[in-house]
Design a protein around this ligand. Sequence first.
Ligand code: FMN
Length: 223
Amino acid sequence: MNNHTQTTAPASRQDIRVLRIDASGRYEGSVTRQLADEVIDALGARFNHVHVSKRDVAQGVPFVDEDWITANFTDDEDRNDEQRKTLAHSDSLVQELKDADMLVIGAPIYNFGIPASLKAWIDMTARARLTFRYTESGPVGLLKNKKAYLVVASGGVPVGSSLDFATPYLRQALGFVGITDVQIIAAEQLNTQGETGVQAARTQIAEILGKSSTVSSQAQTTT
Ligand SMILES: Cc1cc2nc3c(=O)[nH]c(=O)nc-3n(C[C@H](O)[C@H](O)[C@H](O)COP(=O)(O)O)c2cc1C
């Protein structure tokens, strides 16, 4: 049996900490918010206790600016009070990311990529020495043993197609900080698929996380 063999997995009974990140600009009718709810519910059925922290990036995340860059590139022990203050929000975003065992990220496709708010969150959390470090053989991610569920929704773009710059980018950005176990749940081409596209995503959630779901033995070792 290799690592990718499909086996029926018993529900894992353990406590997990989930960081839920929402990025849709809308609340009424948001497919990613609805499906992220359903992923969290499915995790609740699978694990003993699921503690969820929420980060709604659509509510605002600061952009990188000159003060931030200067502070970030100043060694920690050399930072003045003002620079510490400049980095404080970024530090707290990094801490909630470090604290999580799992991420559930709702990521609508906006203009072929991810919402600017989610990009801002990535800019605030990709921090040298905190979430990745440079080595002689290149950058190495410092976040280990975390799994990410990416709930992606699109209007017209097929997820995984050459027009989808959101999912490859998110995989790369997460992998850069060490989160390489990434599961994509796609509600795609909703302009034409409508409810069928949402149901297809629900089927994926059930297959991945349902009570009697089949999951890969590789996934079992990481959840
Ligand atoms: C500003 C904006 C830009 C969008 N750009 C794209 C796009 O480039 N490609 C695409 O397939 N869908 C695009 N869409 C459609 C959304 O991906 C789709 O409506 C999705 O369901 C949004 O997620 P939500 O339902 O969680 O809000 C765009 C929607 C908005 C609001």
